[in-house]
Design a protein around this ligand. Structure first.
Ligand code: ADP
Length: 668
C-alpha cells in the first residue's frame, strides 16, 4: 500500500475539536485512555488466541510499555496486543463505528461546559491523545499477519490522516505522541508514573517503564520531589520495571483497596466523571464460584430509557476479559448497575446465547441481584441521620441497632445522607419495573419504593413510613395515580381523606399504575386506590356519616336515575358518594377496572385501550347537585357535571366544543 491521505469522517473531526478544546483542564486522562486501549488490545489477543494459540507468535507475555524521549519530545505507549491491519487502522482511527458515540456527537450543543460534561459519559478514547499532542503517529501490525504488513498512521488531528504500509516485526501497536510545547512535562518518569498510579493500577497487565538512575547527581535538597539532585540528571538504565500493581482490582483483598481506587475503577468502566453512590465487592464461593464488584451510579445515563441499549456487567472468566454488557448477569430492571463479574466456572468461549441458558449464570444473576438490593437497602437505611437525643444517645426506635454513635460512625453516616434520595430520583422508575419482573424479590423491592404523599411533596414516603402513620381504624394504604403531582394533589377524590387527615400516596410516575398491578398489599395491609370502587373508609367513617349517606342516596334515587339516563353513553353508573367535600362530582372506576389515567396514557401512546366507562359519583351536599333536580337545564348540567369531573382529573371531554357551548349557554 502506497502512502495515502484520507479525510476523517465528519463526526470525528467534530469530536476531535471538542476533545482538544474542552478537556484541557484535565489533560492527564489521555494516558488512562491510551493505556486502556492497549489493555483492551491485549484482552482481544488473549481471547482470539483461545482458538488459535499461534497468534502469540512465541511472545505470550502481554504488556504495555510507556517510554519518552525528551529530545524528540515524544511519549510512546506500546502494547503487544492484537494490533491493527491497515484497513483496521483506517476504519477504527478514522471513523466512529459505535452508534452511541455518533448519537453523542449529534447531541453536542457547542456550549463547552455542557459538552465536556457529556463527553465524560462516553470516554474519548484514542482521540484524547490530541489533548497533549499536535501530531500522533500510530505504528501497528495485527497478530498473525506478516512482518511486511505493518501500518503507519499519522495525523495532526485536523481534517485528515495519512496511512502507509511499513515493515514491523513486533506484533501490536505503538502510539507515538508528539507533545505540544505546553505538554512537555509528560517527558518525566515521575509524572507519568504518578498518572499510571492514579488511573491504571488495576489494569491487570504489567505497565512497564525503563528504569532511570541519577548520573553524578548531588543531593541538594532532599525534600524536593525529585530528590533535589542536579547535574547529569536521570539517565535510562536499559532495565524495565513494572510501575503498576498489575492486578485486577477485584482480585485484590478488600482491605488493600482504598475507596479512591474503587471510585477510580468505576470511572474507568463507566466513563462517568462522578463518583458512584455505593459499591459492593465480594468473592462468592460454593457450587458456583465468582467475584463480583458492583457499583450504583449517581446519575442516569442519557440512554437509560433506550430499550435497545444493552445494560449489564463486564464478564471475565478466570481474569480473561470475555464481553462487555453481559445482560444475562442482572435482570433488566437493574440495568443501571455497573461492574465486573469474574467467573471461575464458565468456559472461556462462552457466547451470549450460552449465557442465557447456563445454570451457573443463573446462580450469578441471583447472587448479583441480591447484592444490589442489599446495597440499596443500605443506602435507604442511611438516607437520613438517625435522630439523636440531647445526650448523644441514638433513639433506638429510629436507628435500630446502634446505641451510642462515635464520631467516626457519625462522619461515616453523614457521608451517606441523601444518597438514596439521589438514587431514587434517578432510577426509582426503573426499579419499579422489577415488581413485574422479579417476583422472588418483590417484598424487598416494595420496601425500597418511595412516593410523594399528601404530607410530603418529595418522593420520600415508603410503605413502611406510611403504615407507621396510619390512623387508628385505618385498614388500607390509600393511593391515587395521576399524570402530575399537581393533578394528584388536587384530585377531588382526596377531599374526604384530607378532611379526615388521612395520608394518601400520590403516584405520578408513568410506570406506577402498571407496577401496582403486581402489588396487592404491603406487609398484610391492602393497597387501595382512592379512585377505584366505592369509597369505603371502613371504620374511619362514623355511623352518623354512613346513615346520612344512605338517606341521601334514598332521597336522590329518582334524580340519580335521570342522571344515569342522560349520561348513559358516558358513565357506567351514577351514585352518591361520601368521598367529596368541596367538589360536586368525581369519576371513579370499578374495583377491577383500569384507571382512566392509564387508559388515557395507553391511548396517547397509540395503544389499544379498552373503553373504560367510569362511574360518576356526586356529592349530595353540594349546591349544584341540590339544584340539579327540577332544573330546566337538567340535561346540559348533567353533561357539564361529568365533563368537569373529567377535567378535574386532568382528562379532556370527548367533545370539548360541546362542553364550551353548554357552559356559555348557561353563562349567558
Ligand atoms: P474505543 O476504544 O472506545 O472503541 P477508541 O477511539 O479509543 O474507541 O479506539 C477506536 C478503536 O481503535 C478501538 O475500538 C480499537 O479497535 C482500535 N484501537 C485503538 N487503540 C488500539 C490499540 N492499542 N491496539 C489495537 N487497536 C486499537
Amino acid at each position: 500500500m502506497t502512502k495515502q491521505t484520507l479525510s476523517f469522517q465528519a463526526e470525528v473531526a467534530q469530536l476531535l475539536h471538542l476533545v482538544t478544546h474542552s478537556l484541557y483542564s484535565n489533560k492527564e486522562i489521555f494516558l488512562r485512555e491510551l493505556i486502556s486501549n492497549a489493555s483492551d488490545a491485549c484482552d482481544k489477543l488473549r481471547f482470539e488466541a483461545i482458538n488459535d494459540s499461534g497468534l502469540y507468535e512465541s511472545d505470550s507475555e502481554l504488556k504495555v510499555k510507556v517510554t519518552f524521549d525528551k529530545d524528540a519530545k515524544t511519549l510512546t505507549i506500546t502494547d503487544n496486543g492484537i494490533g491493527m491491519s491497515a484497513q483496521e487502522a483506517i476504519d477504527h482511527l478514522g471513523t466512529i463505528a459505535k452508534s452511541g458515540t455518533k448519537d453523542f456527537v449529534s447531541k453536542l450543543s457547542g456550549d463547552q461546559k455542557a459538552d465536556s460534561q457529556l463527553i465524560g459519559q462516553f470516554g474519548v478514547g484514542f482521540y484524547s491523545g490530541f489533548i497533549v499532542a499536535d501530531k500522533i503517529t500510530v505504528e501497528s501490525r495485527r497478530a498473525g499477519m506478516k512482518e511486511t504488513e505493518g501500518v503507519r498512521w499519522v495525523s495532526g488531528g485536523a481534517g485528515d490522516f495519512e496511512v502507509e504500509a511499513i515493515d514491523r516485526p513486533a506484533r501490536g501497536t505503538s502510539v507515538i505522541l508528539h507533545l505540544r510545547e505546553d505538554a512537555l512535562d509528560y517527558c518525566s518518569a515521575w509524572k507519568v508514573k504518578g498518572i499510571i498510579n492514579k488511573y491504571s493500577d488495576h489494569i491487570s497487565l504489567p505497565i512497564q517503564m525503563e528504569k532511570e538512575e541519577w548520573k553524578d547527581g548531588e543531593l541538594i535538597n532532599p525534600s524536593d520531589e525529585k530528590g533535589g539532585r542536579q547535574p547529569g540528571g536521570m539517565v535510562k538504565t536499559g532495565e524495565w520495571e513494572t510501575v503498576n500493581k498489575a492486578s485486577a482490582i477485584w482480585t485484590r483483598p478488600k482491605k488493600d483497596i482504598t475507596s479512591e481506587q474503587y471510585d477510580e475503577f468505576y470511572k474507568q468502566i463507566s466513563h462517568d466523571f462522578e463518583a458512584p453512590l455505593a459499591h459492593t465487592h465480594n468473592r462468592v464461593e460454593g457450587s458456583t464460584e465468582y467475584t463480583q464488584l458492583l457499583y450504583i451510579p449517581g446519575k442516569a445515563p442519557m440512554d437509560l430509557w433506550n430499550r435497545e441499549k444493552k445494560g449489564g456487567l463486564k464478564l471475565y472468566v478466570k481474569r480473561v476479559f470475555i464481553m462487555d454488557d453481559a445482560e444475562a448477569l442482572l435482570p433488566t430492571y437493574l440495568r443501571f448497575v455497573k461492574g465486573v463479574v469474574d467467573s471461575a466456572d464458565l468456559p472461556l468461549n462462552v457466547s451470549r446465547e450460552l449465557l442465557q441458558e447456563s445454570r451457573d449464570v443463573k446462580a450469578i444473576r441471583d447472587g448479583c441481584t441480591k447484592r444490589v438490593l442489599s446495597m440499596l437497602e443500605d443506602l435507604a437505611n442511611h438516607d437520613k441521620l438517625p435522630e439523636t437525643s440531647a445526650d448523644g444517645v441514638t433513639d433506638a426506635s429510629t436507628a435500630g441497632v446502634t446505641d451510642v454513635v462515635s464520631t467516626e460512625d457519625k462522619a461515616e453516616a453523614e457521608k451517606n445522607v441523601g444518597k438514596y434520595t439521589k438514587f431514587y430520583s434517578e432510577f426509582g422508575a426503573v426499579l419499579k419495573e422489577g415488581l413485574g419482573e422479579d417476583f422472588a424479590n418483590k417484598e424487598r423491592l416494595c420496601k425500597l419504593l418511595r412516593f410523594a404523599s399528601t404530607s410530603s411533596d418529595s418522593a420520600s414516603v415508603g410503605f413502611a413510613d406510611y403504615k407507621a402513620r396510619m390512623k387508628e381504624g385505618q385498614e388500607a394504604i390509600y393511593y391515587i395515580t395521576a399524570d402530575t403531582l399537581a393533578a394528584a394533589k388536587n384530585s377531588p377524590q382526596l377531599e374526604v381523606f384530607k378532611k379526615k387527615g388521612i395520608e394518601v400516596l400520590l403516584m405520578t410516575d408513568r410506570v406506577d399504575e402498571w407496577a401496582l398491578n403486581f402489588v396487592q398489599d404491603f406487609d398484610g395491609t391492602p393497597l387501595q386506590s382512592v379512585a377505584k370502587g366505592a369509597a369505603d373508609l371502613g371504620k374511619l367513617q362514623d355511623e352518623a356519616e354512613k346513615k346520612a349517606a344512605e338517606e341521601a342516596a334514598e332521597t336522590l334515587k329518582p334524580m340519580l336515575a335521570k342522571l344515569k339516563e342522560a349520561l348513559k353513553d358516558k358513565a357506567e353508573d351514577v351514585r352518591v358518594t361520601t368521598r367529596l367535600v368541596d367538589s360536586p362530582a368525581c369519576l371513579v372506576v370499578k374495583d377491577d377496572g383500569m384507571s382512566t389515567q392509564l387508559a388515557r396514557m395507553l391511548k396517547q401512546a397509540g395503544q389499544a385501550a379498552p373503553e373504560v366507562k367510569p362511574v360518576l359519583e356526586v356529592n349530595a351536599e353540594h349546591p349544584l347537585v341540590k339544584k340539579l333536580d327540577g332544573s330546566v337545564h337538567f340535561n346540559d348540567l348533567a353533561h357539564i357535571l361529568f365533563d368537569q369531573a373529567l377535567l378535574a382529573e386532568g382528562g379532556m371531554p370527548a367533545d370539548p366544543a360541546a362542553y364550551v357551548k353548554r357552559v356559555n349557554a348557561l353563562l349567558v
